[in-house]
Design a protein around this ligand. Structure first.
Ligand code: MSP
Length: 535
């Protein structure tokens, strides 16, 4: 096979389709930033990527929210969707599809899918009795509710009693098949703690769940029975399939599934794990469709160690944050400071300290002072790096040569905090290297070759760090590359394979730079604590 015939790897991933009861919160921003970082890393590696995000717009919760505002549901949804699009733009999210469950082509997909499941004999009519949490859009067992009848996720909204005829999906038919799936494909649910949670839930026995409602007008009618609308979760999960249609393609399952199915990764929060890891694969099995490759659940964010809630008034507003600190800073904090599969905390003082320490000091100052020395000691020309001349135990070479592979592994397993730590090891070692080697002294002693070797090794380390951090802080990486005289735009997605091929740029010492520098500029200005946080 020639290089041109080599198959380009494809990777499709999703965020949840967010409810539009309100403008986006930091939880939705968090998942979306993670998804964008994965998508960018895959593009950097040369994969063809489809990043899907979008909104979940039907159901009782949205219907009631619109009514309370005196708006038609569609009007309300359209307004909120704008705020999602605007936040994704501010956070520099490069999504390929924005899937709205009220989009024209979605109804046809839902109908066709429902019919497939119906023909399979997996849908039947029966009486549904139980406690329904509207904000969760989910029936709850009595034992799952707090003493006052609220669900723990929504302590201000009492679950409502329902006793009505619904269509049910025969989830119970799929218990064994799901158990086999989890066993044969342990990677299907990550991280392991979540997999265990699901396995234990399924082994307790699966009950059929209702997939229609009789008193909710805002949804798709059940095919053949207009008295019912389709349950919002059944409708929403299928939004992942609708998203795969090309904008001008005729809506139908076959078309939608032809290019990008099965999806490689569904990124979600832990509260919606059951829907994705149990209901969704069972629905797909019933429709005789291949399953997604992986469901990855991240943890929950707290603020200053406390659960965030509107009633406590301690939510973190993602719009304010990005306005105040810029997109790279926000992205960096959430990716570096939180172990992705676990709960994590937002604290503004820590936010400012981490950004100042890592990006302003360790990375920014390193670049700035090294470029200053290039100007002073090397007539402003970056000297060539001759790695064969460096000893194997050279402190930057030894870390640098392994870094690309280590960081790749960390990104591929969604350990972004580890990817950052690995890169910081090289950055910190570079600062130490300069301090110890003291090129200013060597220059005075006339040891020009040594000076050049030290500065070249440090700049190569900064370059590599910027390259490997580019999925997280693309704008900052652009600035670093620019100052090194390399014209690469890390926001250019699909073109990166040409402008900065992974095999070359992700490795220490493989790139030949011989560049006359322009004036060095600080790449990241130190952040100040806001008044209230520093008080
Ligand atoms: N509409 C459904 C998803 C349907 S997918 C076919 C939904 N939407 S949501 O807007 O309520 O949730 C969006 C995401 O935000 C979920 O992944 C949820 O886990 C996440 N978070 C909500 N609060 C969160 C935190 N405090 N911290 C981190 N993520 C949180 O559910």
């Amino acid at each position: 096979m020639t290089q041109h015939q080599t198959k380009i790897a494809k990777f499709a991933l999703t965020t949840p389709l967010y409810y539009v009861n309100d403008v986006p919160h930091i939880g939705s921003a968090y998942t979306t930033m993670i998804a964008d970082v994965i998508a960018r890393f895959k593009r950097l590696q040369g994969s063809s990527v489809l990043l899907i995000t979008g909104t979940d717009e039907h159901g009782q919760k949205i219907e009631r929210t619109a009514e309370a505002k005196g708006l038609e549901p569609q009007e309300h949804c359209d307004r909120i969707v704008e705020s999602f699009e605007s936040l994704w733009q501010k956070l520099n999210i490069q999504y390929d599809r924005f899937s709205r469950t009220t989009a024209k082509n979605h109804g046809a997909i839902v109908k066709e899918f429902f019919q497939r499941v119906w023909e399979q004999g997996d849908i039947y009519l029966a009486q549904q009795q139980g406690w329904y949490c509207v904000p969760c859009e989910e029936f709850k067992e009595k034992r799952e509710l707090l003493e006052d009848g609220c669900c723990p996720l929504h302590p201000n909204k009492k679950a409502e009693w329902r006793d009505e005829e619904n269509y049910f999906f025969r989830l119970s038919n799929y218990q064994e098949k799901l158990e086999t799936l989890y066993q044969e494909h342990p990677e299907f649910i990550e991280p392991e703690s979540r997999r265990n949670e699901v396995i234990s839930f399924v082994s307790g026995g699966l009950q059929d769940f209702s997939i229609s409602r009789v008193n909710v007008a805002w949804g798709f009618p059940v095919p053949g029975d207009d008295n019912h609308t389709i349950y919002v979760w059944f409708d929403a999960l299928l939004g992942y399939i609708t998203a795969l249609l090309e904008p001008d393609q005729e809506a139908g399952l076959e078309n939608a599934l032809s290019q990008w199915w099965p999806i490689n990764l569904h990124l979600i929060g832990k509260d919606i794990l059951r829907f994705h890891a149990v209901y969704w694969p069972a629905m797909l099995m019933s429709a005789k469709l291949p399953l997604p490759k992986q469901i990855f659940s991240h943890g929950f964010l707290t603020k200053d160690g406390q659960k965030m809630s509107k009633s406590l008034g301690n939510t973190v507003n993602p719009f304010d944050l990005v306005e105040r600190y810029g997109s790279d800073a926000v992205r960096y904090y959430f990716l570096k400071e939180i172990d992705c599969g676990r709960d994590g905390d937002f604290n503004e003082t820590r936010f400012v300290n981490v950004l100042n320490a890592d990006l302003a000091n360790d990375l920014g100052n390193l670049l700035n002072r090294t470029l200053g020395m290039i100007k002073k000691y090397c007539q402003g020309v970056i000297p060539p790096l001759i790695i064969e001349e460096l000893a194997l135990e050279h402190s930057l070479k030894s870390i640098g040569l392994e870094l690309g592979d280590r960081v790749t592994q960390a990104y591929e397993t969604l350990r972004f905090n580890q990817a950052c730590e690995e890169i910081l090891t090289l950055i910190r070692a570079s600062n130490k290297f300069i301090d110890e080697q003291a090129p200013w002294r060597l220059f005075k002693q006339g040891q020009q070759k040594e000076v050049e070797s030290i500065l070249a090794a440090v700049l190569e380390s900064v370059r590599l760090s910027a390259y490997l951090l580019s999925p997280i802080i693309p704008n900052l990486s652009n600035k670093v590359y620019q100052q090194l005289g390399l014209s690469v735009d890390f926001n250019e997605g699909d073109r990166l394979q040409e402008t900065a091929p992974f095999a070359q740029h992700s490795q220490w010492g493989k790139l030949k730079v011989n560049q006359t520098l322009t004036e060095a500029q600080p790449i990241f200005a130190r952040l100040d604590l806001p008044q209230e946080a520093s008080a």
